[in-house]
Design a protein around this ligand. Structure first.
Ligand code: NAI
Length: 327
């Protein structure tokens, strides 16, 4: 029998945590043959709520769930962990300036990066979900010098999945018939969902839809979907975000199909003109080891301008956190 893999979830008592933990414990993320032990990291006032979630996890009697730890100590939570899902973050409050938001998140992701560096397992993989996800990942990564850069990623998969469904609905096909989708850049309204490389039936999606739909309907629908969900539900996306986190880690650990790729934000090594070190959305594959950027795609002028705009925003966020001494 395999020994359990330790999975740490921060913000475990939040809405995404509630949608995420049960699926991890059921085996949806690491597979039906991998036992897991869960570590729930929360801030002190939310520990009681996390205990309630742990009671419900117990009550599911998941055969794969071998242990649950609940703590407000990042060093304990990340000690020996192989998968760290960094979900807890500081939301933007009323009247909060961007610098305040970045400062508050720096106060979370800097110590978490240090704790990961100090204690995580050698095979650690980190997924940052808490917003601003790309820049929070950059902060954590910059405080974990002993962990290889490629182990840090931020989530573009929810945007990716949203894009798959919009295309499938438009062309009247199943979501599984849409391949090679890419979300470039920042997980923000500036993101660029790329239909020039996405395919249905072996042909570019861009060739099968009109340009007006692509630029005036598709892109804003995907990029502003988070706001539309808040408007409809009265709360931000939670189950779909948790589902995307499961998809992201499953693709990373179990690999992507031979003739397809997924979207993830990973540290750039200069691919597609994205400045080195920025944690940007790319088309990526995995063979079960590390993410690899799909190289050699032709980038047309329309796409270039949009990728550049989103990457510019990432650069500004990086400069801002640098200015605040957070990286
Ligand atoms: P939530 O507010 O329901 O839960 C967040 C939890 O994090 C709270 O329980 C809070 O106590 C906890 N927390 C705060 N600071 C912490 C710390 N230092 N250590 C451990 N836990 C801490 O929020 P929700 O809905 O679960 O969303 C979480 C984050 O995910 C937000 O930043 C949200 O913007 C982001 N998000 C990202 C998406 C993406 O595609 N990347 C999609 C949807 C949400």
């Amino acid at each position: 029998t395999k020994s359990p893999v330790k999975v740490t979830v921060t913000g475990a008592a939040g809405q995404i945590g509630y949608a995420l933990l049960f699926r991890i414990a059921s085996g949806a993320m690491l597979g039906p043959d991998t036992p897991v032990s869960l570590s729930l990291l929360e801030i002190t006032p939310a520990l009681k709520a996390a205990e309630g979630t742990a009671m419900e996890l117990d009550d599911c009697a998941f055969p794969l769930l071998k242990g649950i730890e609940i703590t407000d100590d990042a060093n304990k939570a990340f000690s020996g962990t192989s998968v760290a899902l960094l979900v807890g973050a500081r939301p933007r409050g009323p009247g909060m300036e961007r610098a305040d938001l970045l400062q508050a998140n720096g106060g979370i992701f800097k110590p978490q990066g240090e704790a990961l560096n100090a204690g995580a397992a050698d095979d650690i993989r980190v997924l940052v979900v808490g917003n601003p996800a790309n820049t929070n990942a950059l902060i954590a990564h910059s405080h974990a010098p002993d962990i290889p850069a490629e182990r840090f990623s931020a989530m573009m998969r929810l945007d990716h999945n949203r894009a798959l469904t919009q295309v499938a609905k438009k062309l009247g096909v199943g979501v599984d018939e849409v391949t090679k989708m890419t979300i470039w850049g920042n997980h923000s309204a500036s993101q660029y969902p790329d239909l020039f490389h996405a395919q249905v039936g072996g042909k570019s999606v861009a060739e099968q839809v009109d340009q007006t739909w692509l630029s005036d309907t598709f892109i804003p629908t995907v990029a502003k979907r988070g706001a539309a969900i808040i408007d409809a539900r009265g709360a931000s996306s939670a189950a779909s975000a948790a589902n995307a986190a499961i998809d992201h880690v499953r693709s990373w650990v179990h690999g992507t199909p031979a003739d397809d790729w997924v979207s993830a934000a990973i540290p750039s090594t200069g691919e597609y003109g994205v400045p080195e070190g920025l944690i940007s959305g790319f088309p990526v594959t995995s063979d079960g080891g590390d993410w690899k950027v799909v190289e050699g795609l032709d980038i047309d002028e329309f796409s270039r301008a949009r990728i550049d705009a989103s990457v510019k925003e990432l650069t500004e966020e990086r400069d801002a956190v640098k200015g605040l001494g957070l990286i």
